[in-house]
Write a protein that binds this ligand. Structure first.
Ligand code: TLP
Length: 356
C-alpha cells in the first residue's frame, strides 16, 4: 500500500507560489509577438496597466526583481556616484554586489527604523561639494522591507525622504518588490506610495503568484533608457507575452487577497510568540512575514531548521538565530495551526533534552 505523501508547509518565501489556473489559461491564450521589436501586445498591455496603476508614464517588464533594481540603478545614477541605501536593503545584501560590480556605484548605508531611513540621517550623510567626495545622486528605499520582516515605509515617511531628495537634487527610487502588500495592509491606493518617488519596481513573482517577472515603472525617458539597459543585460525576452499574461491576471485578481496572507502572518506570529524561548516582535509583523529569534533556545539554527523540515515545515534563515516565515497563496489557516503545533513540539523536545 502506498503511504499518502505528507503535505509540505513551505514558509521560506512568497516566491514559491505557483501560477493560478486562470494564469495558466491566460498564458495558453496570450496574443504574442517579438517584444524586442516592440510587437508583443500582451507585454504592452501589462506595461500600460502597471504604469496606470502606479500613476507613472511608462513601465517595463523585466526578468526579475534583481534585474529591475540593477536596470533602475544604472539609469538613476552614473558610474562612481554615491547611492544612499538602508543598511539591510535587498540591493545591498542579496543582489551579488551588482550595484558596484555592474552599475559601478558606491553604496552608502544608513540604518533605518523598522526599515525606514530617517530623513535627517540622509541630510547628515550628504557632504558638501568637494573634490574629495563622491557625488551623491540617488536615494533608494525598500517597501515593504524584507530583512526587517515585511515592515512598511509609510507614505508620510516617504514624503519626508522625497523632500530631502528634492532639496539636494537627488533621484528617489523604491524597491517595491512587495508594495502591494504595503498598500493592502494600510488599505490605501498604491499611488499614495508611488507619488513620492521618481521611479520604482514591483515584483509579479512574489505574493502575486506569477511564475516569473518584475516591472520597472517611471517617467517615459527613464523607461526608454531602461529598455536599452535591459537589452544590454540580456533581458530582451522576445515572446514575453507568456510572462505578461500571468502578470495581467495578477494585477486584476491577486492584489485584494493579500489581506488573507497578512491575517495568517499575524496568527502565526501570535502563536509562536507564546512559545517559551522564541521571540517575535509583533510590532514588526505588518504584512506577510514573521521574523523570529531563537537565541534563547540555545540550539544551532541549522538544527532547528532541520527539525522543522522533518515536521514538513520549511523556513529560511536571515541571520544567526534569526529565522523567517512568509505567508502566501496556498498557505491557509490550517497550515498556520500545523506550523505552530510543530514548532511547539520541537521546542518542548529540545528543552526536555537540555534538562535531561
Ligand atoms: N527576495 C527573496 C530573496 O532574494 C531573499 C525573498 O525570498 O524574499 N527586492 C526585494 C525586497 C526582495 O525581497 C527580492 C527577493 C528582490 C528584490 C529580488 O527579486 P528576484 O528574486 O525576483 O530577483
Amino acid at each position: 500500500m502506498q503511504m499518502p505523501r505528507k503535505e509540505i508547509i513551505d514558509l521560506r518565501s512568497d516566491t514559491v507560489t505557483l501560477p493560478t489556473e486562470e494564469m495558466l489559461d491566460a498564458i495558453r491564450h496570450a496574443k504574442l509577438g517579438d517584444d524586442v521589436y516592440g510587437e508583443d501586445p500582451t507585454v504592452k498591455k501589462l506595461e500600460e496597466m502597471a504604469a496606470e496603476k502606479m500613476g507613472k508614464e511608462a513601465a517595463l517588464l523585466v526578468t526579475s526583481g534583481t534585474q529591475a533594481n540593477l536596470v533602475s540603478l544604472m539609469n538613476n545614477a552614473k558610474r562612481g556616484d554615491l547611492v544612499f541605501l538602508e543598511a539591510e536593503s535587498h540591493i545591498y545584501w542579496y543582489e551579488g554586489g551588482g550595484i558596484s560590480s555592474i552599475a559601478g556605484l558606491l553604496p552608502w548605508l544608513i540604518k533605518g527604523d523598522f526599515g525606514a531611513i530617517n530623513p535627517e540621517d540622509i541630510e547628515a550623510a550628504i557632504r558638501p561639494k568637494n573634490i574629495h567626495f563622491p557625488e551623491p545622486s540617488l536615494i533608494c528605499i525598500e517597501n515593504t522591507h524584507n530583512r526587517y520582516g515585511g515592515t512598511i515605509v509609510t507614505p508620510s515617511q516617504m514624503r519626508a525622504i522625497s523632500e530631502v531628495a528634492k532639496k539636494h537634487g537627488l533621484k528617489f527610487y523604491m524597491d517595491g518588490a512587495r508594495i502591494f502588500n504595503a498598500a493592502v495592509a494600510l488599505r490605501i491606493d498604491v499611488k499614495e506610495f508611488t507619488r513620492h518617488v521618481d521611479n520604482l519596481m514591483f515584483c509579479l513573482s512574489k505574493s502575486l503568484s506569477c511564475p516569473v517577472g518584475s516591472v520597472v515603472v517611471g517617467g517615459q525617458q527613464f523607461i526608454d533608457r531602461a529598455r536599452k539597459t535591459r537589452k544590454v543585460l540580456g533581458g530582451g525576452m522576445r515572446q514575453a507575452g507568456i510572462i505578461a499574461a500571468a502578470g495581467i491576471v495578477a494585477l486584476e485578481k491577486m492584489i485584494d487577497r493579500l489581506e488573507e496572507d497578512h491575517r495568517n502572518a499575524k496568527q502565526l506570529a501570535e502563536g509562536i510568540a507564546k512559545i517559551t524561548g522564541v521571540k517575535v516582535d509583533l510590532e514588526a509583523v505588518q504584512t506577510n512575514m514573521v521574523r523570529f529569534d531563537i537565541s534563547n533556545l540555545g540550539v544551532p539554527d541549522e538544527l532547528f531548521v532541520l527539525k522543522l523540515k522533518e515536521n514538513n515545515v520549511l523556513v529560511s534563515t536571515m541571520a544567526k538565530n534569526s529565522l523567517r516565515m512568509v505567508t502566501h497563496r496556498g498557505i491557509e489557516k490550517v497550515h498556520i495551526e500545523k506550523a505552530i503545533i510543530a514548532m511547539e513540539s520541537i521546542v518542548k523536545e529540545l528543552q526536555s533534552k537540555k534538562q535531561a
